[in-house]
Every structure is written in C-alpha cells, then in structure tokens.
Design a protein around this ligand. Structure first.
Ligand SMILES: *[C@@H]1O[C@H](CO)[C@@H](O)[C@H](O)[C@H]1NC(C)=O
Ligand SMILES: *[C@@H]1O[C@H](CO)[C@@H](O)[C@H](O)[C@H]1NC(C)=O
Ligand SMILES: *[C@@H]1O[C@H](CO)[C@@H](O)[C@H](O)[C@H]1NC(C)=O
Ligand SMILES: *[C@@H]1O[C@H](CO)[C@@H](O)[C@H](O)[C@H]1NC(C)=O
Ligand SMILES: *[C@@H]1O[C@H](CO)[C@@H](O)[C@H](O)[C@H]1NC(C)=O
Length: 473
C-alpha cells in the first residue's frame, strides 16, 4: 500500500481546535502548582480525587476494580484492562505521596478481579482476555509487591503470588507455539478475534513481568524467559534492528513478517523498563545496558518532541486516539521514573524531561466547571473542550495524576526485592489454572469487534484512514 502522509490534515485540525478552545478557556488560569515537593503532593491529591470521580466500583451495586465499561456492552468507554492500569496508578500514587486515602478502594478492586484461580482471568472478561490485558493486572500486582503496598488479608491472594500466577499461566505450554519461531499471541482464547496476531504489547508485558520477578525473587527461570522474549522481539523485527523503533505486531499466517509499523509509546517504554530491571538484576550486564541506552534514546526521540509526551500514531487527529491510547502517557511517565532508580545514571537524562513534560501536562488542566479538568493535548498547553474533541476522560486524568506523582520519584525507595519486601509469593501460583476456553456466554460479533486493547486499531476504521499500516488480513 502506498505510504500516505498522515501529518498534514491533523496539524490543521489541531490548530483550529486549539484556537477555538483557547477562546473558550481564557477565563481559567493554571490551577496546579508543582514547584515544590509539598505543592506536588497537594496537586497530586486533587488529581487523585478528581480521577476517582470516574470510578464507580466502590458504589453499591457496582463492580469493584473496573472503570465504566466495556463499550461492547454499552456500559462505558473503558475495557477491563484499564481498571487494572488504574489500580497500578494508585499503588504508585500512595507510594510516592504516602496518602493512603484510596488504599482500601484499590485493594478491594484488585482482589475482586482475580478470578476463580487467582490469576486475573475472570470469566466475565474472557471476551477481552488478551495476554496484555491479563498482563496489565499482573504488573499492577507486581508493583504492589515492589512498592510494599499493604498486604491483603491472609486468606486472600497475595500481591507477589498474583504476579507469579499471571506469569506462570503465560509461560505454560498452552500459550506457546512455533508459529513465527515463538512469541505469545495477542489473545488468550483461540476463539477471540486477534488470536492470529502476535504483537509487541502481549510479549512486552510478559517480558516486563519476567524481568521484575527475576529481580524480586532471584529465580533465574524468570530471567531466562525474559531474555528469550526480548530476543524473539528483536529477531522478528518488532524492535527495529537499525533504529530501535518499536512496532505493533504481525500475523502468524504471514510468519509475522507483515509488520504493522504503528509505534505506540507504551510498547517501547515497557521494553525499556523491563530492560532496566534486567540491567539491575544482572548487576549492570553490558547487553542490558546497551538495550536500556538505545530504547531510552528511542523513547525520548519518538515520544517526547520538545521534551513533552506525545502519542505519535494518533495524537493530532480528531478522534484519532481510542480510549486505550488516551491513557498511555501516564504509564510512560511512571515507567521512566522507575528506570531512574534501577539504572541510576539515566536520572540526569530522564528527570528533566519528566519535569518539562509534566509542566506542560498541568498547564492544560484548566477545563470543566472546576477550571482544573485535564485534557490530552500537552504540547500546546491548552485544554480542548470535549465538544470539540472528546479527550477529557479517565485516561487523560490518569495521565496527569501519574506524571505529577512521578515527580516525587527522587525521594522514593527503589522497588523492593525479597530481601526487604513484605509480600508472600507462591512458586506454584497459576499452575492449577484452567484454560479460559469456556466463556460464560457465546462471544458475539460485538464482543469480537471491540474486546481488547487496540482492537479498534486492528479491526476498526483506523485502518481505512491510515492506509500505510500493513494489516495482513
Ligand atoms: C468510594 O471511595 C471514595 C474515595 O475514597 C469515597 O469518597 C466514597 O465515599 C466511596 N463511596 C462509597 C459508597 O464507599
Ligand atoms: C461479573 O459480572 C456480573 C454481572 O455484571 C457481576 O455481578 C459480577 O460482580 C462480576 N464479577 C466480577 C468478578 O467482576
Ligand atoms: C523458579 O521458578 C520456576 C518457574 O516458576 C519454578 O518452577 C521453580 O521451582 C523456581 N525455583 C525455585 C528455587 O523457587
Ligand atoms: C519465519 O521467520 C523467521 C524469522 O523471524 C525465519 O527464521 C523462519 O525461517 C521463517 N519461517 C518460514 C516458514 O518462512
Ligand atoms: C540497582 O538498583 C539499586 C537500587 O536503586 C541501585 O542502588 C544500584 O546501583 C543499581 N545497580 C546498578 C548496577 O546500577
């Protein structure tokens, strides 16, 4: 397919949208101050409060752990995985600010979604069960162990064991095959659309979790899986061997050579953070140092133009980013912050970028009746009214909360390990799990079309407009 030029129209659209919204928002000045640690904590506190207004899970009759959704059932904008990502954002919020206000809500949500085998495969969400979806919940459990988040009651699954369960189910033989010489598929149930797609995010979650479990438990088996997974991503060319760009994925019927070259920030940042854990675990091995250095260079080059977070494949085009994509900036900020703890020499490069980016983030939080609602367009520092472009939802609020909280990383402890951690693991966690082959109800076409991270990208109208993406089928 011919390479179209995706940059011209979007810029024109953005400029007119910004012009309009700046007229609408002149009444509000900047609300958030992030000049001192106290001011940062105070700003984070308000952002955490406002973000919680999107969460209904602790109200009577609502389901703990999830944001309103899924869209396929017309229950809201958010898929199951994003609840898991939100839990992680608040585990970091508590860790960085020491404000425990939401710990009970987060603990309840994280435990409610573990499923019957305590491995984050709840039958309710089989239709959207990608390895990446399960992986995001697993990474939030891992973070709770690393951050020494208060343990669940003894008769409940523990954080480290939950992370292990997710990893073990993904390392089990039924998730692996020889198509494309290895790698995890995107979806878990063979009946889900996207089962024939082997993508970066599914493998990056598995890699990241393996690297972290290796460092935490010092069990070399995890490190071997992590290395093998990174090597596969490299050999199949999802990580560009020349310039370290990180692409989205390919299909098994094409031996994964039909690479969709969309670059999403979370893919690259997740590989970077996992490499930083491996660097630290191996006490600075050269191969991991080189991976950290090159991925960091790539992340800053591609996703921080002018040192401000920018979601390259979709930002700047009205409606271009799905609800999923609108939440990536926050993860990238949080993961980069942790890299500075594990690879200390990166701090002088990363911290100034996180600060500049966060300054831009809060500058545009001038919307809504409160005059402090946050949107998505950080680079221009101007809030875009939702009437112009629907970009002031939960992901957008979570991004700014994450960015502001992460400014406190310097005074925080490095991620814990078994030597100073508090969470109890279980080497057998996940080993008794049944495959998720029996969905509660037949999967409808609607479920298939919308069910998981980036489904809209893969199956939806995105392809039509962005003809340069080489989607195989
Ligand atoms: C839900 O949690 C928020 C934040 O802690 C709290 O303000 C609210 O009262 C809670 N609602 C219920 C019904 O417990
Ligand atoms: C599964 O869905 C049902 C129906 O919406 C709900 O009552 C239940 O709480 C859900 N279970 C979990 C673990 O989310
Ligand atoms: C290390 O992890 C592997 C995979 O989970 C497990 O089979 C093995 O028993 C673990 N080894 C130790 C010493 O805990
Ligand atoms: C599939 O691609 C891999 C490289 O990723 C290559 O080694 C292998 O030979 C290819 N297999 C087929 C059947 O083309
Ligand atoms: C690993 O992380 C610890 C904790 O932040 C740090 O003190 C140590 O220097 C790191 N190791 C290397 C090789 O940089």
């Amino acid at each position: 397919m011919a390479l179209s030029s995706p940059s011209r129209r979007p810029v024109q659209w953005l400029l007119s949208a910004l012009a309009m919204s700046s007229v609408l928002s002149v009444a509000h000045g900047q609300y958030y101050n992030i000049d001192t640690p106290d001011a940062i904590r105070e700003s984070a506190r308000t952002l955490a409060y406002d973000m919680m207004l999107f969460y209904q899970g602790n109200k009577t009759g609502e389901i703990p752990g999830i944001l309103p959704g899924p869209p396929t059932e017309h229950k809201g904008d958010y898929y199951w995985w994003e609840g898991g990502a939100m839990m992680g954002t608040y585990v970091d919020y508590w860790f960085l600010t020491r404000d425990p206000s939401y710990n009970h809500v987060i603990t309840e949500g994280m435990l409610h979604q573990v499923g019957p085998n305590a491995d984050y495969m709840p039958p309710n969400h089989t239709a959207s069960l990608g390895n990446d979806d399960q992986g995001f919940w697993g990474m939030s459990a891992m973070l709770a162990a690393e951050n020494k988040f208060p343990n669940p009651p003894d008769d409940q699954p523990q954080w480290l064991a939950l992370a292990q369960a997710v990893f073990h189910t993904q390392a089990a033989p039924d998730r692996h095959d020889n198509t494309c010489n290895g790698g995890l598929r995107w979806q878990v149930p063979p009946t889900n659309a996207g089962y024939n797609y082997k993508n970066t995010i599914a493998n990056a979650c598995f890699f990241n979790l393996g690297a972290r479990l290796a460092r935490y438990t010092e069990n070399q088996t995890y490190a071997e899986w992590a290395s093998k997974t990174f090597d596969w991503l490299w050999s199949v060319g999802y990580i560009d061997n020349e310039n370290w760009k990180v692409y989205d994925g390919g299909h098994v019927e094409h031996n994964c050579t039909d690479i969709n070259k969309a670059q999403f920030s979370y893919n690259a940042a997740l590989l970077l953070q996992g490499s930083a854990f491996m660097y630290n675990y191996t006490n600075g091995e050269e191969v991991w140092k080189s991976r950290v250095d090159n991925l960091l260079k790539g992340v800053l080059r591609d996703f921080f133009p002018n040192n401000i977070a920018f979601e390259m494949p979709c930002e700047g085009r009205k409606g271009g980013c799905t609800a999923d994509m609108l939440s990536f900036k926050g993860y990238v900020h949080r993961w980069l912050a942790v890299v500075t703890k594990l690879v200390p020499y990166t701090a002088e490069t990363i911290l100034p970028v996180l600060r500049t980016s966060t300054e831009a983030a809060v500058r545009q939080c001038t919307g809504g009746e409160t005059g402090r609602r946050c949107g998505f367009y950080w680079s221009e520092g101007v809030y875009v009214d939702p009437a112009v472009d629907k970009t002031s939802g939960a992901g957008e609020a979570m991004n700014v909360l994450a960015a502001v909280s992460s400014l406190l990383i310097e005074e925080a402890d490095p991620p814990a390990t078994k030597h100073n951690g508090l969470s109890k693991g279980d080497p057998n966690a996940g080993s008794r799990s049944r495959g998720p082959t029996e969905p509660l109800a037949p999967i409808t076409a609607g479920d298939r079309a919308g069910a998981s991270i980036l489904t809209l990208l893969i199956l939806g109208g995105f392809i039509g407009t962005w003809g340069w993406m080489s989607i195989g089928d």
